[in-house]
Ligand binder design. Sequence first.
Ligand SMILES: *Cc1c(COP(=O)(O)O)cnc(C)c1O
Length: 438
Amino acid sequence: MMAATRDFAAEFLEGLPTAPASRVTAAVKYDGPEETPGDFAELLETFKSAARNAVETAGPGYLAYFPAGGLVSSALGEFLSLLVNRFTGVASMAPDLVAMEDSVIRWLCREFGLPDGAGGVITTGGSLATLAAVVAARESRTPENGTIYVTEHTHLSVAKAARIAGLRADQLRMVPVTEDQRMDADVAEELITADRAAGREPFLIVGTAGSTSTGTIDPLDALAGIAERHGLWFHVDGAYGGGFQLTERGRAKLRGVERADSITIDPHKTMFLAYGTGVLLVRDPATLRTAHTVDATYLQDLQRDPWPPDYCDFGPELTREFRGLRMWLPLHLHGVAAFRHALDQKLDLAEDVHRELSALPEVDVPLKPDLTVNVFRLNGAGDAENRRLLESINATERVFLSSTRLRGDYLLRMCVLSHRTEPSRVTEALAIVRSLVR
Ligand SMILES: *Cc1c(COP(=O)(O)O)cnc(C)c1O
């Protein structure tokens, strides 16, 4: 089984540069398992053909949504971790493994300029991280008629978390954005003051560090000031942009993030790790514990010490695998500088894309990218024509782009983020766009 798996891994990785960027057909209806044993080689063939019928999210041509690639070292970490199958929901079951995971979290806290004593947890993604943060914010401020402040560009996971946390849709306040698509901090402060006077209880303001549509960063420092003045919890959604804190340019753009009460980051986006890797950082881990600790008699045998942390008290999960190795192994194996350098290269490539697209007379580029998302559309053309342009680009099967809307207009969207997207593929993507818009 190991040899066949190893052969498949080699064949898959070697094929990535030439694999179609997207070629997806309707799903097969598979039979359930047989009573009798199957043959591993045959079962592997079924998996291989099913995995082929997919958008090539691991490949260099994936420029849609948020590409991550998925480092082989993080997949290996996952394999080793699941092989030993340790329980890390309560630290006393595997204290050194939990301490390894905690070392990664504390390193991230330092990168983000959070104070000593800050902590957090590795989740399965940004949505779960944000859910744990919203519940912690609600528990720490205990509002009766709480109100959350977001913008039209805030990720849907915040509204989802608020709904799961028991808030009504009208407890989410949409703050207008300025011309450059950032939360209007002045209006936010006016709204909070007026809402409080009207009997609402403002308790949480969410700043986005890299919006999903355009990668735009809210004025984090100004929002932190508002949160401080009005006693709100300040959450930063850095699911996409947070990883750029590892670069000098990113750090400058994310100024103010160090004042957050909680930060969502998605290493399965901006640290090139395999899907299923989100992180929540919190200024004060006690706020997470207060929100999520529930005791039960059948847990009475488990020793509960202050350190390493019992991750079951940090969010909704109890049983969890040793999730830390998928981050710990790549960071130690490649070294942090490799990540900083790769992210810097993505920022450079996105600048190239912006410059090249802006130079095309046929193309309108409405925003300068804060990070690595570029949006554009055909000048003087309608939505249908722009949708056809996206289809023609994707039909080349060399690159795969997605789309979004800004002020109602359909826009094509190109995000350079995968560690496998080298300069040559970006040059090719630009050549494809250039030839198709002419
Ligand atoms: C992707 C994303 C999320 C959600 O994270 P998942 O890992 O998909 O659950 C939240 N916020 C932003 C800005 C995102 O880009």
